[in-house]
Design a protein around this ligand. Structure first.
Ligand SMILES: [Mg+2]
Length: 466
């Protein structure tokens, strides 16, 4: 029987409830025990600080930055995503049935949570959903809800390639606006991933009506339903169903930030790091979300708050900041008139960066932005704004991968046995473009900020474990 001797094996291991000290001194282990301890040792080593042979560039620490920005929704504000996705499906499907004449027998079936996965790409003309690799190769596809073989995929996309996804792979912002944005849409976060099932079922219903070659053109109707759901005016005027439901039942849809996380942000500020919030939500909904997650005094956690920021354009364009009087926009605000403790809408990164530079009195401060949307929060700030980024990706815990325990209360909504892993295609084994984007454009990825708040702010995370 294999044995191994571990001398003075002393490491710190994180458990769910905190840090547990493990010490093994001169013990003989069976092969099974040996494997266990090797695995444990590898896990521990991932999160150890400097002092190993790897050098500092392989470690990430939040305190290496002078200014740290946060996205709000699905980053600082964690949603109970299962409940939210169910609610969104109900609203979107009923909108298409009631207002656009889609088939109730298809769209109003019980939600099939196993069909959905974050990051599907919609090909509206062909009625298909796609996943691609980083080089743009189409690695998985459905027509409606029917999965396609590789041969079937090639009939739609010769050599497994499509101009729209090639452009997207080259630069995701090329298809964000303009003609290709009407041909392909990416479903990137828990606000819109359920649109994939609505779309696929609508395709199925059209196919059932006729076997002739069709023009689907479903996306404009689905986009109208999404816009109706998220129209910013609906938060205050009580129209639409999404905001009304969240306002009526906040505890059903939001998790509260733990005191660990709130103290962790305050510890960053105490260290002199400037914290700021950039959210796409309009100020009324952002206030509602932040109040129910961060707390009543949420503004105290940030030096400046930008709402309705229109990411990714915030990082690439030069829109004016707009002042606020309560929840009403006033007028353009110049860079010199931005104030610490202020809250604004719209705006742009170039001016915000200058403002933050003045605030921290450094000529060349280091900026970090933390978010969940890989195009809006990760690619755009990294490529266009010189910001380093951290990705928040709940699938890390839902799938239990890359050093994280498999634990997520809404695992059934985030994981799919049909599509396979969010990070890797099940049948070909090829890594998805999303995995590659995370790896290339973020310094570090975590399942939630609650995870990092379990460590001291200056903890050095090992980053080359992927
Ligand atoms: Mg977000």
């Amino acid at each position: 029987m294999l044995t191994l001797k571990f001398r003075n094996f002393l490491k710190l291991s994180r458990s769910l409830n905190g840090l547990v000290r493990i010490a093994c001194d001169e013990v003989s282990l069976t092969s099974c025990q040996t494997k266990y301890f090797i695995r444990l040792y590898q896990t521990l080593h991932r999160e150890e600080g400097p002092g190993t042979e790897m050098g500092t560039k392989n470690f990430f620490s939040f305190t290496d930055y002078d200014c740290i920005g946060f996205d709000l929704d699905n980053t600082l504000a964690r949603y109970k995503v299962g409940a939210m996705i169910e609610m969104e499906y109900h609203i979107l499907a009923n909108y298409l049935v009631d207002n656009k004449g889609y088939s109730a027998s298809h769209l109003l079936k019980p939600l099939d949570h196993n069909f959905i996965i974050k990051g599907l790409i919609v090909d509206d003309e062909n009625g298909n959903l796609l996943r691609i690799s980083a080089d743009g190769t189409i690695i998985q596809a459905t027509h409606g809800t029917k999965f396609l073989t590789e041969e079937e995929i090639k009939k739609y996309y010769p050599n497994l390639r499509w101009k729209a996804t090639d452009l997207f792979a080259e630069n995701p912002l090329q298809t964000w606006n303009g003609p290709y944005s009407e041909k392909m849409r990416t479903l990137l976060d828990y606000y819109d991933i359920i649109a994939s099932l609505v779309f696929a079922r609508a395709v199925d219903s059209i196919d059932e009506d006729s076997s002739e070659i069709k023009l689907y053109n479903i996306w404009p109707d689905l986009l109208e339903a999404l816009q109706d759901m998220f129209t910013r005016e609906h938060f205050q005027n009580e129209q639409g169903k999404y905001f009304a439901e969240i306002k009526a039942n906040p505890d059903k849809y939001y998790y509260k930030c733990s005191n660990h996380l709130l103290n962790w942000i305050m510890a960053l500020r105490s260290k002199g790091i400037i914290t700021f919030l950039i959210t796409g939500s309009y100020v009324d909904f952002a206030t509602h979300t932040a109040s129910h997650t961060i707390g009543q005094f949420w503004r105290d956690y940030f030096e400046i708050v930008i709402s309705y920021a229109k990411k990714p354009g915030f990082f690439t364009d030069k829109n004016n900041f707009i002042g606020l009087d309560g929840f009403s926009e006033t007028g353009p605000v110049n860079l010199d008139d931005l104030r610490l403790g202020g809250i604004y809408t719209h705006g742009n990164w170039t001016d915000l960066k200058d403002f933050l530079r003045k605030c921290c009195s450094k000529k060349d401060p280091k900026f970090l932005y933390i978010g969940d949307n890989l195009v809006q929060d990760i690619y755009a700030p990294h490529v266009y704004a010189g910001c380093e980024t951290v990705t928040v990706c709940e699938e890390l815990e839902a799938e239990g991968v890359y050093g994280h325990d498999k634990w997520h209360p809404d695992e059934q909504f985030l994981c799919s046995t049909i599509w396979g892993s969010y990070f890797k295609c099940s049948n070909s084994g090829r890594l998805t473009n999303w995995y590659e984007m995370m790896k290339k454009h973020s310094r570090f990825f975590v399942p939630s900020l609650e995870y990092v708040a379990g460590f001291p702010i200056d903890h050095k995370f090992k980053v080359n474990i992927y």
